[in-house]
Design a protein around this ligand. Structure first.
Ligand code: NAD
Length: 488
């Protein structure tokens, strides 16, 4: 296994524009910090508004040639990137653990998940098909074809530094679009490392450009409002997504919005409780609770609520807190001090409104931004923790009385990304497919993400889908052509 210092020495620290690694013109730098220790890992370029514009210039310049590149060639480049990623899996996993804090085993899982988007879209690149046929009147022939949407601006969050980048870059590359990607300022190293990998496999200059900046709003707005941009793909909070949609309205951009979640996790009286607890641990503690798909509200039938709470508490108490690089750690640090304050405030509010604190409930003293794995039960309606994304290792349990009550509670949020339900009753499961308002649903499973599936939400959780056969269409325009009847 590579040492930390040796790995960090391999990470580019400049901007990647038009196939060149270049300094920022701002004269500033971003210090990327290890959330487990508070130590600075690396100082990297902090892009100015001008740098952002230059990155878009490069994407625009490369646009025509990339759109005309054979789909097979685009697919093969993605496949080479997938292969090289496998070779570098240990390095990229360690890098994610260092900058984001997740336990190393989970970071390896993200390399697998993130890599799958490269493999999936390497296969989809050659399946961009259209259709041809007679019009209903028989007087003409209708052709439907798909073309790359054009230069795309991709904004990613800090919580899945690799997967959020590949989930956008792979379909853009496969579809024949050039792009500018802006990773989150808290975890930009993985994207820089990955851009170097794309360069190594021979991705032409300008197809992917990377800007890292501490002034995301200032740098992004001129790019989004530039008439040459045709597509905005954003993953992050609903509040920022709403702001960006307003900016994107000016150019009537194609948009993909992967926003916040408030996932309900339903446990019915007929559920297999062992499986429900296993699923709950995955749905809650993956990524230290910092996932848009994290179970945010455990809605449990009143007849099994105490039993479920007791079993999950037993498991939660066994979780080891520590730096993600240490063996056996299940809970790493939260991303920063603000995240700890938020989790803490939500737990306090719930307890003040009558919830029972069963375990945890405190920040951890010392270096790093750690919060104890926590369980609160009997959370009262109206508590902030039921309305807001916790984004931390906190299990919040609410009893329900029957299926109708469960569905009303589950849908009582403006979000609709994912839901989980544990039941052995097939008809009930089928009813839930239709009654739960979410873009994704896991039945008797605690993780649903898969590169081959359309990931995305309804309501204020977003617009569009990433992954699956749907994912590439986010980067394609549909063109309809009519010709006369060739025999007429
Ligand atoms: P965030 O909205 O603060 O930031 C996301 C990205 O937007 C970052 O790159 C950030 O630098 C950038 N940004 C912030 N303000 C901006 C502005 N004014 N203009 C342009 N860019 C701006 O979110 P976060 O804290 O990084 O991520 C956590 C959020 O992301 C949670 O709400 C989570 O649910 C959501 N998320 C959603 C999905 C999904 O697929 N639906 C996946 C992961 C995370």
């Amino acid at each position: 296994m590579i040492g930390e210092a040796e790995l960090l020495a391999k990470v580019p620290t400049q901007l990647y524009i038009g196939g060149e690694w270049v300094d920022s013109t701002s004269g500033r730098s971003i210090e990327v910090v290890d959330p487990a220790t508070g130590d600075v890992l690396l100082s990297i370029a902090d892009a100015s508004v001008d740098d952002g514009r230059r990155a878009l210039d490069a994407a625009v310049e490369a646009k025509a040639e990339w759109a005309a590149t054979a789909p097979r060639k685009r697919g093969e480049l993605l496949r080479s990137a997938f292969d090289l990623l496998q070779e570098r899996a240990d390095e990229i996993a360690l890098l994610m653990t260092l900058e984001m804090g997740k336990p190393l085993a989970e970071a390896r899982g993200e390399v697998t998940y993130g890599g799958e988007f490269l493999r999936w879209f390497s296969e989809e690149a050659v399946r961009i098909s259209g259709r041809y046929g007679p019009n209903p009147e028989g007087t003409g022939r209708m052709i439907v074809t798909h073309t790359p949407v054009g230069p795309s601006y991709l904004i990613t969050p800090w919580n899945f530094p690799l997967a959020m980048a590949t989930r956008k870059l792979a379909p853009a590359i496969a579809a024949g679009c050039t792009s500018v990607i802006k990773p989150a300022e808290l975890t930009p190293l993985t994207t820089l490392y990955f851009a170097r990998l794309l360069e190594e496999v021979g991705l032409p200059a300008g197809v992917v450009n990377v800007v890292t900046t501490s002034t995301s709003g200032e740098v992004s707005e001129p790019i989004i409002r530039d008439p040459r941009l045709r597509k905005l793909s954003f993953t992050g909070s609903t509040a920022v997504g709403q702001k960006l949609l307003t900016q994107a309205a000016q150019g009537v951009l194609r948009t993909s919005m992967e926003l916040g979640g408030n996932a309900p996790f339903l446990v019915f009286e007929d559920a297999d409780l062992d499986k429900a607890v296993d699923g709950a641990m995955l749905a809650k503690f993956r990524n230290i609770g910092q996932a848009c798909t994290a179970a945010n509200r455990f809605l449990v039938h009143q007849s099994v609520a105490d039993e479920f709470a007791a079993r999950i508490t037993e498991r939660v108490k066994q979780l080891r807190i520590g730096r993600g690089t240490e063996e056996g750690v299940g809970v790493g640090p939260l991303i920063d001090e603000r995240a700890v304050d938020k989790a803490d405030a939500l737990v306090r509010d719930a307890v003040e409104r009558g919830a029972t604190l069963v375990t945890g409930g405190s920040r951890v003293d010392g270096a790093g931004t750690f919060y104890e794995p926590t369980v609160v039960t009997d959370v009262a309606p109206g508590s902030d923790i039921l309305r807001e994304e916790i984004f931390g290792p906190v299990v919040s349990i609410v009893p329900f009385s029957d299926e109708a009550d469960a569905v009303t509670k589950a849908n009582g949020t403006e979000y609709g990304l994912v839901a989980y339900a544990f039941t052995r009753d097939l008809a009930r499961a089928q009813r839930l497919v239709e009654s739960l308002e979410s873009g994704m649903l896991g039945i008797n499973v605690g993780v649903v993400s898969n590169a081959a599936a359309p990931f995305g939400g309804v309501k204020q959780s977003g617009i569009g889908r990433e992954g699956g056969s749907e994912g590439i269409h986010e980067y394609l325009e549909t063109k309809y052509v009519l010709t006369p009847d060739p025999f007429g």
